[in-house]
Design a protein around this ligand. Structure first.
Ligand code: GLN
Length: 208
């Protein structure tokens, strides 16, 4: 399993560290050709406008959109979630535009309004997930086909999944809790086992 982490800006080192801890081949991605043969991609937290501009100038936008359409699993954390959304309130920039959600950036205020919370995320396990929110966005509206994975106690949506796309408003890459990363890797392995051609190739490689 080869998982790429967009490495133009933001929390890519933390994501790569956790993937390697989980025994996955993790690659920093900066150029379009590095996307070839990836089984999954993480768009990290950071600053969405900066990341978007860099993706545009490095020629990554179109290839990532096409790979998503072909079913590549992609996970966005915080700024990464902003970039996956189709609709971002009060945001002039274009995004990757992959998930049918409406997002509000910096929804809790400025840096000093950052906070931590123990969230119920039943799909990653029974124990609450300790989530770190830093100038976090929220999901204001999730359209049909978007599954809500977690909410804050006041009902605010903070984690979602749509087919093989996953997004959360917080930073699992800043904690020692590997369950969110494992959940994403499950999506990646399900994709691999559902792609017969890929499965045969991988099976024969493993068998030789
Ligand atoms: N506020 C940032 C943005 O919208 C996201 C912050 C983060 O990733 N921690 O770009």
């Amino acid at each position: 399993m080869r998982v790429g982490v967009l490495a133009l800006q933001g929390t890519f080192i933390e994501h790569i560290g956790i993937l390697r801890q989980l025994g996955v081949e993790a690659h920093p991605i900066r150029l379009p050709h590095e996307l070839d043969t990836l089984d999954g991609l993480i768009v990290p937290g950071g600053e969405s406008t900066t990341m978007m501009k860099l993706m545009e100038s490095f020629g990554l936008l179109q290839p990532i959109r096409e790979m998503a359409q072909d079913g590549l699993p992609i996970w966005g954390t915080c700024a990464g979630m902003v970039l996956l959304a189709k609709d971002v309130f009060n945001y002039e920039m274009e995004t990757l535009g992959l998930m049918d959600v409406k997002i509000r950036r910096n929804a809790f205020g400025s840096q000093v309004d950052s906070f931590e919370a123990d969230l119920e995320v039943p799909l990653v396990g029974e124990e609450p997930f300790h989530a770190i929110f830093i100038r976090a966005p929220i999901i204001e509206e999730a359209k049909l086909g978007v599954k809500i994975l977690s909410r804050l106690p006041d009902g605010t949506i903070v984690a979602i999944r749509q087919n093989r796309l996953l997004a959360c408003a917080f930073h699992p890459e800043f904690t020692d809790d590997l369950r969110f990363h494992s959940y994403f890797l499950n999506i990646v392995s399900q994709k691999l086992s559902h792609n017969p051609e890929d499965g045969i190739l991988r099976g024969s490689r493993l068998g030789s």
